[in-house]
Design a binder for this molecule. Sequence first.
Ligand SMILES: [Zn+2]
Ligand SMILES: [Zn+2]
Length: 132
Amino acid sequence: MTNRVNYIRSSIEEMEETIRTLQEECEHEFTITKPHGELRESLVEGIYLGSTDNPWSGPRGSLKFSINCLKCSLTKDCSVAYICPKCFTKLEVDKSPNLRKEYWGKSYIYYGSLIHSCPNRHFVIVNDEWDQ
Ligand SMILES: [Zn+2]
Ligand SMILES: [Zn+2]
């Protein structure tokens, strides 16, 4: 009995390894399975706010969406604060801190704003970042 269990276990491990390899080598073709909610524009035109209802929340409160690859079934949960919801590329961060007030209308102690943008120019978002 034990041998059979061991056999099945090692078969499962082999299959998991195969799946991992397939997913690593896949040229992913992602589709959104769970869309993010509605983004709000900041006071600066074309730049969206990185978090939801609570204007005081940082990236933790950011809108999430889920994607699934049509070719290899890889699923990922993404945050609009870090991943472009159009091309699913990682957003590039402009490291120079900006005044939070310019985007949110209010400043917030210990927080500055960083601009994250899609390298393919789909999307620009401003995130609260701890700047102490
Ligand atoms: Zn894939
Ligand atoms: Zn993009």
